[in-house]
Design a binder for this molecule. Structure first.
Ligand code: FMN
Length: 355
C-alpha cells in the first residue's frame, strides 16, 4: 500500500503531469481519490468537473471539501465560460488547497453544451484565452492553470484546428494541455459514445508536442496499462488514464516506482489487496462518524480491487449489495471476505482427492 505519509520530493526532472488519473463525473470524488492514493502516492489526481455556477451560487464546501494533506497532488477541474466566474473558482481552488485548476474544454454532454462550455469552447479559443488569463491573474504563481480538451469538434478533422486552439490559449499563459485524442461530436452521440466512437488520433497529440516543445503536453484516451503509458512517454510529457484506472485500479500499483522513481514495485499480493481494503474500511468508518457518509458512497469506487483474483465476483457482490446498506461497514467487510474465501475454497482442488 502506498505510504500516505511519504513526503519526499519528486525528482525535479520529472514532470508533475507524468501520469494522472482523469477527471470523471460521479467517479473521481474525494472517496475515490482517497482510494487511489492508497495505491499510488505520486500520481496526479483530478476531481470530477465542478461548474463555476455551482461554486458561485452553490454549496462550496460540498464541492471542494477534501483532505488536501493526504490527497495531494490533486487538480480541481471546472466547467464554465465566464472569465470572472473562472477567476473566482481559481481563487477557491487555492483557498481549498488544490494543486492545479483545470478548465474542461472536452465534455460533449448536452447539459454542458446548453451552458456553452465543455467541448464547444474549442470553437471559441479567444474566450478560453480570456478565461485562462483571468484565472492566471487571480492565482498568480500559486497554482498552474491548465486546459483539458479534444483534438477537434464535430467533423473538423484537420490538425490545424487543435494547433491553432493550443497556440491561442498558450499565448494567454496556459502552459499545460491535456489532450483527449479524439474529436467530440456535439450532435447525436451520448457522452459515453463520445468516448468510444470518434477515432483516436494519437499522432495529433505527438505532433503538438513536437511543434510546441516548451509546453507540457499530456495525452489521454484509450490507454489501459503501464506498458502503453511508458510508450506514450517517449512522445509526450504526461499520460492521463481514466476508465482503466477506475475499473482496474491495481493497474496503478507500479506507477510510483516505474514513473516517479519512488520506492520498489508493489507486490500486488492478496495480503496487499486486503491491507488496501482494510484501510478503506477505516476511512469509511471515519467518514461515517464525521460526515454521516453511507459506506456504499465510498465502497463503490473500490469494486475493481480484487479483479483477476479468485473470488472477486463474490466479493464484489457483497460490497454492492444494497440490502446491506444499514449494516456496519465492518460487518460488510467480514461478509465480503467470507464470500471471497468461500469462492476460493470451492475452486481449490480437494487435497483428499489428490492424485
Ligand atoms: C464516467 C466518466 C465521467 C467523465 N467525466 C469527465 C469530466 O467530468 N471531465 C472531463 O474532462 N472528462 C470526463 N470524462 C472523460 C475522461 O476524463 C477521459 O477523457 C476519457 O474517459 C478518456 O480517457 P480513458 O480512455 O482513459 O477513459 C469522463 C469519463 C467517464 C468514463
Amino acid at each position: 500500500m502506498a505510504d500516505l505519509r511519504n513526503t519526499a520530493a519528486v525528482p525535479p526532472q520529472i514532470s508533475p503531469w507524468r501520469v494522472s488519473v482523469a477527471p470523471m463525473m460521479a467517479w473521481t470524488d474525494r472517496h475515490c481519490r482517497h482510494f487511489h492514493r492508497l495505491i499510488t502516492r505520486r500520481t496526479r489526481l483530478y476531481t470530477e468537473m465542478v461548474t463555476t455556477g455551482a461554486l458561485v451560487h452553490g454549496d462550496v464546501a460540498k464541492h471542494l471539501r477534501h483532505n488536501a494533506g493526504l490527497e495531494a497532488p490533486t487538480a480541481l477541474q471546472i466547467g464554465g465560460s465566464e472569465p470572472d466566474e473562472m477567476a473566482h473558482a481559481a481563487r477557491l481552488a487555492v483557498q481549498w488547497g488544490y494543486d492545479e485548476i483545470n478548465l474542461n474544454c472536452g465534455c460533449p454532454s448536452e447539459r454542458v453544451q446548453r451552458g456553452a462550455f465543455g467541448a464547444c469552447l474549442m470553437a471559441e479559443p479567444a474566450l478560453v484565452a480570456d478565461g485562462v488569463k483571468a484565472m492566471l491573474d487571480a492565482v498568480g504563481d500559486a497554482i498552474p492553470v491548465t486546459v483539458k480538451h479534444r483534438i477537434g469538434i464535430d467533423r473538423v478533422e484537420h490538425y490545424e484546428f487543435v494547433r491553432d486552439f493550443v497556440g491561442e490559449v498558450a499565448r494567454a499563459g496556459c502552459q499545460v494541455f491535456i489532450v483527449h485524442a479524439r474529436n467530440a461530436w456535439l450532435q447525436g452521440l451520448s457522452p459515453k459514445e463520445n468516448r468510444e466512437i470518434p477515432p483516436l488520433r494519437y499522432e495529433f497529440v505527438h505532433r503538438l508536442k513536437r511543434e510546441f516543445p516548451n509546453l507540457t503536453v499530456c495525452i489521454n484516451g484509450g490507454i489501459t496499462d503501464s506498458e502503453q503509458v511508458q510508450m506514450q512517454l517517449q512522445q509526450v510529457d504526461g499520460v492521463m488514464v481514466g476508465r482503466a484506472a477506475y475499473h482496474d485500479p491495481v493497474v496503478m500499483a507500479d506507477w510510483d516506482s516505474r514513473f516517479w522513481q519512488d520506492g520498489d514495485p508493489i507486490d500486488t499480493s492478496d495480503e496487499w489487496r486486503l491491507a488496501v481494503e482494510l484501510a478503506m474500511v477505516h476511512y469509511i468508518e471515519a467518514e461515517q462518524q464525521l460526515h454521516g457518509t453511507p459506506w456504499a458512497n465510498a465502497a463503490t469506487h473500490m469494486l475493481g480491487l480484487w479483479n483477476t483474483r479468485p473470488g472477486a465476483r463474490a466479493w464484489r457482490r457483497v460490497w454492492s449489495d444494497h440490502r446491506l446498506k444499514g449494516s456496519p461497514v465492518q460487518e460488510v467487510f467480514k461478509l465480503a471476505r467470507e464470500a471471497r474465501l468461500a469462492a476460493v475454497r470451492s475452486f481449490a482442488p480437494d487435497p483428499t482427492q489428490a492424485a
